[in-house]
Design a protein around this ligand. Sequence first.
Ligand code: ADP
Length: 153
Amino acid sequence: YTGKTGSELLTEKIKKFKVHEYQSVPIVVKENVSVYDAITTIFLEDVGTLFVVDDQAHLTGVLSRKDLLRASIGQKDLSAIPVHIIMTRMPNIAVCRKEDPLFEVAEILIDRQIDGVPVVKDKENGLEVVGRITKTTITKAFVELVTDTDQHF
Ligand code: ADP
């Protein structure tokens, strides 16, 4: 018997959740694709956020639904605007790494008021996008805390 309270055990358990156990597949587009194509990709892939990469597949930007909506207002030809004009750019992108605690990513989502972050791997000249963590990811982990009976303390 450890002498720990139920809530201490629960906290310990939550802190052990790692990004790599929960991350999903990232949807990535190149910098020169059009706003039109990015919107199509968001629908086809059923995601809220796209990550933008350069020719070496390094992370350069993020595109949210509202970024695309904002760019679309009053624009006739969305196929003429490349996404690199409207995306949020590096180095202002919040990222996480596979060994990070999921809880820390949840804090980033709250603090920065964003829906998701890319999971990245450090490369010599940049960051490779290997996954994504979103509000949905956090919600799933939250539900799992209650429903995974075999993992209970
Ligand atoms: P939406 O804009 O559709 O509500 P978000 O809340 O995720 O979606 O995005 C808000 C703003 O923050 C957008 O301009 C978006 O480009 C930017 N953003 C989204 N994710 C990140 C991130 N991981 N790091 C930095 N900025 C981000």
